[in-house]
Write a protein that binds this ligand. Structure first.
Ligand SMILES: Cc1cc2nc3c(=O)[nH]c(=O)nc-3n(C[C@H](O)[C@H](O)[C@H](O)COP(=O)(O)OP(=O)(O)OC[C@H]3O[C@@H](n4cnc5c(N)ncnc54)[C@H](O)[C@@H]3O)c2cc1C
Length: 310
């Protein structure tokens, strides 16, 4: 993973852009809403739409992000096919918890008036405290508000304990950020074991759980656990990323009556999409070799053909 990450970091931006195309809905809110509508009408997949951007430190950029999310709500109108996902570092967390909570609260209030839910994404471990603090402050005002817990982090067990009794909405995933060994598991099988145990714990505590994984074996174990414990369909859903090829399992889950939601990101500035695109490519099993081969070949001709995940 580390080697692959380094290779992808070396790749020129235009190449990352071409290869990342399947993971990104487009360059406007309109494109994202079109994507969400077609996922719903064609395959009964719900969406959570994310405006790409992170680590924004200029107030103008943060303000534009707020305005863009409000516009997205206007475009979505009143329907239940999509929620919003947003990141604290694009909404003022660099300035203070208060500023970040104000911005996210404003978006959540506007969205709630249209019946649209909001989830606060989780970034790397330097953001966990502020993200959970913003979440704790806003949850009483917005009961459907969601956030994310990453099972790789050792602190997550304590974070689950602290949420007890709050009827939270938690997206549970292994987490995409590489974290140091003193604070996080390093092996995926162990992280995934925790998706099962911590997912069961969250359901036991009465929270709504969004299982975010593409691992079909893990999805099978989650379904077994849910059946064994008798949790109802209104207590959980499955989530996957746009662009990761999982059509068959998604359709199977939907046919069995489960909710499946895709993460549908879009970017108004390509520079804002770069971090997300690189993380997706690093997680793609075929990508490290593919990028490396093209880098070695001198790139241009072969890179002009967009990668389609298989
Ligand atoms: C809806 C959603 C929201 C998320 N939000 C967050 C968040 O807020 N914070 C955070 O840290 N992480 C987030 N994640 C990332 C999540 O932690 C990653 O998806 C995870 O790291 C991949 O883990 P996995 O369980 O799919 O297992 P993996 O073992 O990583 O993947 C299982 C299989 O899926 C396939 N696969 C996975 N990714 C790709 C890809 N990009 N291209 C092609 N195939 C792929 C591969 O075949 C792989 O073998 C989110 C994921 C989803 C689905």
């Amino acid at each position: 993973m580390l080697l692959k990450q380094r290779v992808i970091d070396l790749a020129p931006d235009f190449m990352v852009k071409l290869f990342a195309a399947p993971y990104i809905a487009g360059d406007s809110a309109e494109a994202a809403v079109r994507q969400a509508s077609s996922l719903w009408s064609g395959r009964r997949l719900k969406s959570t739409i994310d405006l790409l951007g992170e680590e924004l430190t200029r107030r103008d950029d943060v303000q534009q992000t707020v305005t863009e999310y409000l516009r997205l709500v206007d475009l979505l109108g009143r329907h239940e096919l999509a929620t919003l996902s947003l990141k604290p570092t694009q909404l003022g967390s660099h300035e203070s918890v208060d500023v970040c909570a104000d911005h996210i609260g404003r978006i959540a209030a506007y969205a709630a008036a249209q019946g649209i839910g909001v989830t606060i994404d989780m970034e790397d471990h330097t953001c966990t405290d502020i993200t959970l603090e913003v979440y704790r402050r806003l949850l009483p005002r917005f009961p459907g508000l969601g956030t994310v817990l990453q099972t790789r982090l050792h602190r997550t067990a304590a974070d689950i304990e602290a949420l007890k009794g709050r009827q939270a909405r938690i997206r549970l995933c292994i987490g995409i950020y590489l974290e140091p060994a003193d604070i996080a598991l390093q092996k995926k099988p162990e992280m995934k074991e925790r998706v099962l145990t911590q997912g069961e714990r969250l359901l036991d505590d009465g929270h709504y759980v969004e299982f975010a994984t593409h691992d079909e074996a893990l999805i099978g174990k989650i379904l077994d656990m849910i059946a064994r414990r008798g949790f109802g369909g209104s207590q959980f859903e499955f989530q996957m990323l746009l662009g990761v090829p999982r059509d068959a399992v998604q359709q199977r889950l939907i046919a069995e009556g489960h909710t499946v939601r895709l993460y549908v990101p879009y970017a108004v500035k390509w520079s804002h999409a770069l971090g997300y695109a690189k993380r997706r490519l690093a997680a793609n099993p075929n990508m490290g070799l593919y990028v490396a081969r093209n880098l070695i070949r001198g790139i241009s001709k072969s890179a002009a053909r967009p990668y389609r995940a298989v």
